[in-house]
Design a protein around this ligand. Structure first.
Ligand code: ADP
Length: 534
C-alpha cells in the first residue's frame, strides 16, 4: 500500500502528460517556423533553443518537473530541420540551462510571488512583465556572449546586439506567454466567432495594409494605426481578445517584414514599436477584464441579496399568516370540541349548540378574511407603476446576465417592432420576470449544449389592450415531467435550483393584471402579457 502510494507520487513527478508535451511540440514547431525573421538579425537563434514564451507558459502552468521533458521535446522537434550541429553537446547544455532559468522564473512567479498563471489582476500581469524583462535579458546575455565566443566576432556592437536580442525576445515572451496562459484550459466547445470579431480581424489587416501597402504612407509614422483595432478589441473582449489580437498583429508584421526584406535597423525599430503596442494592449485588456469581473461579482452579490431578501420576505409572510390564522383556528378547534360534547345531549344544550355553531361560522369567516387580506396585500401593495417602453423593460431584465450569455457564446436577439406603445409597469418587478426567464434560457442552453446557441426576446401587440412578450431559447425544451408543475413553488429539475423563479414571476405578472404561460415546450418559449393600462 505504502509502496503503491510512493510509486504513484513518483509517477506524477516523473511522467508528464503526453497531451501537454504534444501540444508543446506542435507549438514549438509552429513558433520556430513563424519566428523566421529573427534570422535577419545578426544573431540568429541557435538550434534547440526552446521557444521561450511557450516554455515559460508551460512551466508556469505545470511546474518545474517539465523542464527536462521540454528540452528533450525541443531537441527532437528541431532535429529534422537543423540536424545535429558539430558542437551539439554544448548547444544542448545551453538549451537546457536556458529552459532551467525559465523554470526558476516560473517558480518565482507562481510559488514565491503567488501570481495566478491565468492572470486574474493587474498585479499578476505586472510581475509577469518584470519576470519577462529579466528573463529576456538573461537570454540575450547568454546568446550574445556565446555567439561572440563562438565566432570571435567584433565585439564593438555588443551592446546594440544585446538590446536588439533583448527586445526581440521580450516581445516574443509578451506575445506568446499570455496567449497560452490566458487561454489554457478554456472550453472551446460551441465557440463561434461573432460578426464583430471578423470585422476586428479585418481592421487589423486594413491597418497593416495602410501602413505597408500604400506607397505614400511612411511605415513608422503610421504605425499608430495598429493601436486602433487593438484598443477596440481590448475594450470589447478584455485580456482574452487582446492576446489574440497581439499575436495576429505580430504575425502579420513579421510576415510583411520578411516579405518586404526589411533592413535590420527597420526590423529593430519595428520591434520597439511592437513592444509599445504589446504593453499598451496587455495593460488595457487586463484593466477591462478586471473591471468586468468586478462588475459581474457585484451583480452576483446583488442577485444573491435579492434572493435572500425574497426568502426572508417569504419567511416573514409565512410567520404573519401563521400568527393571524392561529387564533381563529384554535378557537375553531375549541368550539368544535365543545359542540361535540353538547351534541351528546342536544335537547338540553339546544340554544348553546346553536350559539357555538354561530361562533364557528364567525371564526371561519375571520380566517377567510385574514387570508384574503394578506393576498390583497402581497398582490398589489408594492406596485410602483411607471410609464416606460418595452425596450427599456427588456434592457432592465437583460443587463445583469447579458455578460453571462456573452461568456457562454449565446447570441441574444431582441425583436421589437418600432411602433410598440409604452406600458405602465413596475420596473423592478417586470425586470425580475424577464431576468428569471432569461436566466432559465441561458441555463437550458448550457445544460443541453445545442449546435445553435440563441435566445430570442420578442414583443408584439396582442390586441387593443395588451402587449405580449416572449422569451425563446434553442435549448432542448422543457422536460416532460416538469411541464405540469412548472409554476408550482419549489418545482425544479436543477441540482442547485430553488424552483421559485417561475412561481414568483407568475405572481408578479398577475399583479400587473397580465398572464404568464409556457407557450411552447420544445423549443422552450415562455410568454407573458401586460395590459397597456392596468
Ligand atoms: P429554477 O430555475 O430554480 O429551477 P424555475 O421556477 O425558474 O426554478 O424553473 C423551474 C423549472 O422549469 C426548471 O428547473 C426547469 O426544469 C424548467 N424550465 C424553466 N425554464 C426552462 C427553459 N427555458 N427550458 C427548459 N426548461 C425550463
Amino acid at each position: 500500500m505504502y509502496l503503491r502510494t510512493m510509486l504513484e507520487t513518483l509517477k506524477t513527478l516523473l511522467v508528464p502528460s503526453w497531451k501537454v508535451l504534444l501540444a508543446y511540440a506542435f507549438g514549438s514547431l509552429i513558433l520556430n517556423t513563424l519566428s523566421h525573421p529573427q534570422n535577419i538579425l545578426p544573431l540568429a537563434l541557435t538550434p534547440w533553443t526552446p521557444a521561450p514564451g511557450l516554455t515559460l507558459a508551460v512551466l508556469m502552468l505545470f511546474g518545474l518537473r517539465y523542464w527536462p521533458w521540454l528540452v528533450a521535446v525541443t531537441f527532437l522537434v528541431d532535429l529534422p530541420t537543423h540536424g545535429l550541429p558539430p558542437d551539439w553537446t554544448s548547444a544542448l547544455m545551453l538549451a537546457a540551462s536556458l529552459a532551467l532559468s525559465y523554470g526558476a522564473m516560473a517558480v518565482w512567479l507562481t510559488r514565491v510571488l503567488g501570481i495566478d498563471p491565468r492572470f486574474r489582476n493587474l498585479r499578476d500581469l505586472s510581475w509577469f512583465l518584470v519576470a519577462a524583462i529579466i528573463g529576456a535579458l538573461l537570454d540575450a546575455i547568454v546568446h550574445v556572449l556565446t555567439s561572440v565566443a563562438g565566432t570571435a566576432a567584433d565585439s564593438g556592437d555588443l551592446l546594440a546586439d544585446l538590446v536588439n536580442f533583448w527586445v526581440g525576445d521580450l516581445i516574443r515572451l509578451l506575445v506568446v506567454t499570455p496567449l497560452v496562459l490566458v487561454h489554457a484550459g478554456s472550453d472551446w466547445r460551441g465557440w463561434k466567432p461573432t460578426r464583430e470579431m471578423y470585422i476586428q480581424a479585418m481592421a487589423i489587416a486594413i491597418a497593416l495594409w495602410v501602413i505597408f501597402g500604400l506607397r505614400y504612407t511612411d511605415e513608422f509614422k503610421f504605425f499608430y494605426l495598429l493601436f486602433l483595432p487593438l484598443i477596440w478589441i481590448a475594450m470589447r473582449h478584455g485580456i482574452h481578445g487582446t492576446v489574440v489580437a497581439l499575436a495576429a498583429t505580430h504575425l502579420g508584421l513579421n510576415a510583411i517584414l520578411e516579405w518586404q526584406g526589411m533592413h535590420v535597423i527597420a526590423v529593430v525599430e519595428f520591434q520597439m514599436l511592437m513592444l509599445g503596442l504589446a504593453l499598451t494592449g496587455l495593460f488595457l485588456g487586463m484593466t477591462v477584464s478586471v473591471r468586468r469581473a468586478t462588475e459581474e461579482r457585484l451583480h452576483r452579490r446583488e442577485a444573491e441579496l435579492n434572493q435572500a431578501m425574497r426568502l426572508a420576505a417569504a419567511g416573514e409572510m409565512a410567520q404573519a399568516i401563521a400568527h393571524e390564522l392561529n387564533q381563529p383556528l384554535s378557537a375553531l378547534a375549541n368550539y368544535a370540541r365543545a359542540g361535540r360534547v353538547m351534541s351528546g345531549d342536544p335537547g338540553r344544550h339546544a340554544s348553546l349548540l346553536a350559539d357555538t355553531l354561530e361562533k364557528i361560522d364567525r371564526e371561519a369567516t375571520r380566517a377567510g378574511q385574514v387570508v384574503h387580506r394578506l393576498r390583497e396585500f402581497f398582490r398589489g401593495g408594492g406596485l410602483r407603476l411607471e410609464d416606460m417602453s418595452i425596450a427599456e423593460l427588456i434592457e432592465e431584465g437583460l443587463s445583469p446576465t447579458r455578460r453571462r450569455a456573452e461568456r457562454n457564446a449565446i447570441a441574444v436577439q431582441v425583436d421589437l417592432p418600432a411602433d410598440l406603445p409604452r406600458v405602465r409597469a413596475d420596473r423592478v418587478q417586470i425586470g425580475t420576470v424577464l431576468h428569471n426567464l432569461f436566466t432559465n434560457a441561458i441555463e437550458a442552453i448550457d445544460t443541453s449544449q445545442p449546435a445553435s446557441r440563441e435566445i430570442v426576446i420578442s414583443a408584439r401587440r396582442q390586441d387593443r389592450d395588451r402587449i405580449r412578450v416572449c422569451v425563446r431559447d434553442s435549448g432542448d425544451g422543457v422536460a416532460t415531467d416538469m411541464r405540469e408543475r412548472l409554476f408550482d413553488s419549489f418545482a425544479t429539475s436543477k441540482p442547485e435550483g430553488m424552483g421559485l423563479g417561475l412561481a414568483i414571476s407568475r405572481t408578479l405578472v398577475e399583479a400587473h393584471g397580465g398572464e404568464l404561460w409556457l407557450d411552447s415546450a420544445r423549443p422552450a418559449r415562455f410568454c407573458f402579457t401586460l395590459p397597456l393600462r392596468p
